[in-house]
Design a binder for this molecule. Sequence first.
Ligand code: AMP
Ligand code: MG
Length: 423
Amino acid sequence: MTTASPAAGVVSFEEARHIVEKHAGRISPGEAESTYLLSAGGRVLAESIVADRDFPPFPRATRDGFAVRAQDVAEVPSRLKLIGEIKAGDSSTSTVKVEQGQAVSIMTGAPLPSGADAVVMVEYTSQSKSTVEVKRSVKSGENYVSRGAEARQGQSLLDRGTRLDHAAIALAASVGKGTLQVFRKAHITVLATGDEVVTIDQTPGPSQIRNSNTYSLAAQIHNAGGEPILLPVAPDERGRLKALIEEGFKSDLLLLAGGVSMGKYDLVEEVLSELNAEFYFTGAQIQPGRPIVFGSCKRQTRAGAPAPHLHGRYFFGLPGNPVSTMVTFELFVRPMIQALNGGKPQPLIFLKARLKSDVRTKTGLKRFLPAVLSGEFENAEVELARWQGSGDIAALAGANCYLVIPPDREQISAGEWVSLLMR
Ligand code: AMP
Ligand code: MG
């Protein structure tokens, strides 16, 4: 791994993303703990979930109708003798056998009786007391799922490292797992910086602003499955900033917000350098968010003594402009949190929609601009939100996605397909 000096290392968006993914891929998960299935949403599995029996455990009817021998209804209409009824939950299948010319009334979810090899939907039949007339043929195997077709007993259904969404939770429920082994949530420290930034319960002076970045980051960390730890705002002063950064390195990942631009009082990179930080990049060719910094702190010695808890702690220095902070989290921080949580870092995939009105930009940077996706069903349209730049939180709050503009495009016309990052 090469050490870039803080002054160097501005890379393309794709390069920056790949650098983060490379580091995320090397992270080994933390300890496991157990959780109730009902609280497991968003957590990452620390065990694999195995089928405790065949799925389905019996040949399961998928329609209400009549269990038949397909060959008996090859020619229609065909009249069959009704010999019984099986509803979901019945265990009478062993006693019922469908012979030539016979049918059994069956409900969705019920076990197919022996002898039968298809289910005719009730819509294509008419029933009298003891017979049923079938008006449409079925093929062998139609309208039921054979035993074990979805999974065999002992087969792995969910791998360790899977993030539990509602479908994964349903699968765990289906094998009777009321408690699950999951990885401990990664602890992510948030450290906002800036002399002008005051806490939200203070009345800001004429040139002060309230701290919003700590709150947007905490919400994004929760959403990514991490546990935020919030530090007080660091002033633009070396000593205090350093102490707070050291505090942040006790957690799994440190997110700094602000103080990474080129200004005289942007001290974050300098202080990180004093702490022997290794920088992987110190900027990306994007807008908003160009000054983003990513690195790790290998070791820190205080008064010459080694401090083992500081080994290999990753950090991001996010730009302080609120929109930049939020965008750069989505672009770069999320995969690190996924990995620290024990999951597989997910690739970033943009969706496509048609542009609603022309866009003009300058070339040179890949842009992620607040935009509004509207329309319905297959007719999605996107247009830029009106905004005053990277400090315009209200514009972003009114938007629902980012429009992704490649660095070589000056003009994109209405009707063109464009890429989006949803949020
Ligand atoms: P910086 O990245 O420190 O140069 O800050 C860029 C802009 O973002 C400045 O206008 C700051 O006032 C603003 N800013 C920095 N930190 C925060 C914060 N925690 N909450 C809201 N705005 C901030
Ligand atoms: Mg600042």
